[in-house]
Every structure is written in structure tokens, then in C-alpha cells.
Design a protein around this ligand. Structure first.
Ligand SMILES: *[C@@H]1O[C@H](CO)[C@@H](O)[C@H](O)[C@H]1NC(C)=O
Ligand SMILES: *[C@@H]1O[C@H](CO)[C@@H](O)[C@H](O)[C@H]1NC(C)=O
Ligand SMILES: *[C@@H]1O[C@H](CO)[C@@H](O)[C@H](O)[C@H]1NC(C)=O
Length: 201
């Protein structure tokens, strides 16, 4: 009898091991990013587009009390990385230096667990989440998403190059309000033009 119950438990545990859920591909939210290696934190507003592999970030950076603001546009498919310093209005245009990060569940992720954040059983005071993890290119990540709709809550990344990075997401909205967020700011288009007409040495 004990064995039967054990077998039933194992079978039901296997049957329930959830596949990676599908996070919404386009959304906007606030993000608190902590980079333990670089010892800095920044608040960002992000527009995330997984379908077209692009991201806009308006960031307030605090490095040891030194505050700065940046407007970043990262177009992975075009290999373009625009960083506009919002204080100096100086824009730098470079190529991408790291692969696209899925902020939702990675397509090849492994299910790690199911639990609730907040106070269980108190109406309106808890949210059900699932934990997933995956090995990406040179990078291990583990993340939390809401259950059942798979909205991002938290991501942790560990890599040799970038160390330990931590993202928390707040006030998430599905969809992109204004697709113009993926058009480079005028300072950046100008900087790009200048770079293009620089003579090749
Ligand atoms: C803009 O930033 C780049 C890279 O940091 C620097 O080389 C350049 O001098 C800056 N330009 C201005 C106008 O501040
Ligand atoms: C984009 O450029 C910024 C500033 O140079 C850099 O910190 C960041 O890592 C770059 N991001 C990507 C994805 O290349
Ligand atoms: C990632 O790779 C490590 C080392 O190869 C392995 O132990 C771990 O199980 C992998 N994780 C996932 C989620 O595939």
C-alpha cells in the first residue's frame, strides 16, 4: 500500500512538472537592477520587445551616491546600442557586446518550483509564482514568473563576464504603448551620421 502511494506520488509529480510557460513577448515595466560585481543599482523604465529583440531603457544610475540618467536603445537584430546621457545629451553608438536576454521564461528553461509570495490565504495578499532556470550563452539564469499567465517578477543572472545581476520588475503592463520608443533619439541619429562619415583609417 505504501509503495502504491509512493508510486502514485512520483507519477503525479512527473505529470505535473510544468513545461516552460510562455511569457508575454511585449511589455513595459519598471525594473530595479542590482549589479553586485559593479556595486551599483539603477531604476529603469523598460520597454521590452522579445519578438523583434529590442529594448528601451530610461535609467537612473546611482554609483556610490553619484547620480546619472541614461536613455538606452538596444536593437539586437541590427547590432546597435545607443546610449544617450540625459545630462550632457551626448549619445554614443556602439555594437552589441552581449547576447539578447530573455526577461520572460527562456524557451529551454527547466521548471524548478511553484510557490506563493506574500501571505497565503489572505485575500489579495499573495501571488502564485513559478521558478524556472536555464543555461544561456555563457550565463546561468533563474527567474520567477506569475502563475498562470507567466509575467516576469524577478531574474537572477550569473556569468563569468558580468558576475551576479539581479532584476525585479514592478508595475508591468502588457504591450508597448508607443512603438516610437524603438526609434533612436535625434542626438543618437546625429551621432550615428557623424560616425558614418568619419574617414576609415
Ligand atoms: C561623448 O562621449 C564620448 C564617449 O564617452 C566621448 O569620447 C566624447 O568626448 C563625448 N562628447 C561630448 C561632446 O561630450
Ligand atoms: C551598450 O552600451 C553601454 C554603454 O557603452 C554598455 O554599458 C552596455 O553594456 C551595452 N549593452 C549591450 C547589450 O551591448
Ligand atoms: C546548467 O549547466 C550546469 C553545468 O553544466 C548543470 O549542472 C545544470 O543542471 C544546468 N542547468 C539547467 C537548467 O539546464
Amino acid at each position: 500500500m505504501k509503495l502504491l502511494i509512493f508510486v502514485c506520488l512520483v507519477v503525479s509529480a512527473n505529470a505535473q512538472a510544468p513545461k516552460p510557460c510562455n511569457s508575454p513577448p511585449q511589455w513595459e515595466s519598471r525594473e530595479l537592477r542590482t549589479d553586485y560585481e559593479q556595486k551599483y543599482q539603477e531604476y529603469r523604465r523598460i520597454s521590452y520587445d522579445e519578438t523583434n529583440k529590442r529594448e528601451r531603457q530610461i535609467a537612473e544610475v546611482d554609483i556610490g551616491g553619484d547620480k546619472a540618467s541614461y536613455d538606452r536603445l538596444i536593437l539586437y537584430n541590427e547590432n546597435k546600442n545607443y546610449t544617450l546621457n540625459l545630462k550632457t545629451r551626448n549619445c554614443t553608438v556602439t555594437t552589441i557586446n552581449r547576447p539578447f536576454h530573455y526577461r520572460g521564461v527562456h524557451p529551454n528553461a527547466r521548471f524548478d518550483g511553484f510557490f506563493e509570495l506574500g501571505a497565503i490565504g489572505v485575500p489579495g495578499e499573495f501571488v502564485a509564482v513559478q521558478a524556472f532556470s536555464a543555461n544561456e550563452t555563457n550565463d546561468f539564469y533563474t527567474g520567477l514568473v506569475t502563475y498562470p499567465s507567466c509575467y516576469p517578477v524577478q531574474n537572477l543572472h550569473f556569468s563569468k563576464t558580468y558576475g551576479f545581476e539581479h532584476s525585479d520588475y514592478f508595475d508591468l503592463h502588457i504591450g508597448i504603448t508607443d512603438l516610437n520608443v524603438f526609434v533612436p533619439p535625434s542626438e543618437c541619429s546625429k551621432a550615428e551620421q557623424r560616425q558614418k562619415i568619419l574617414p576609415v583609417v
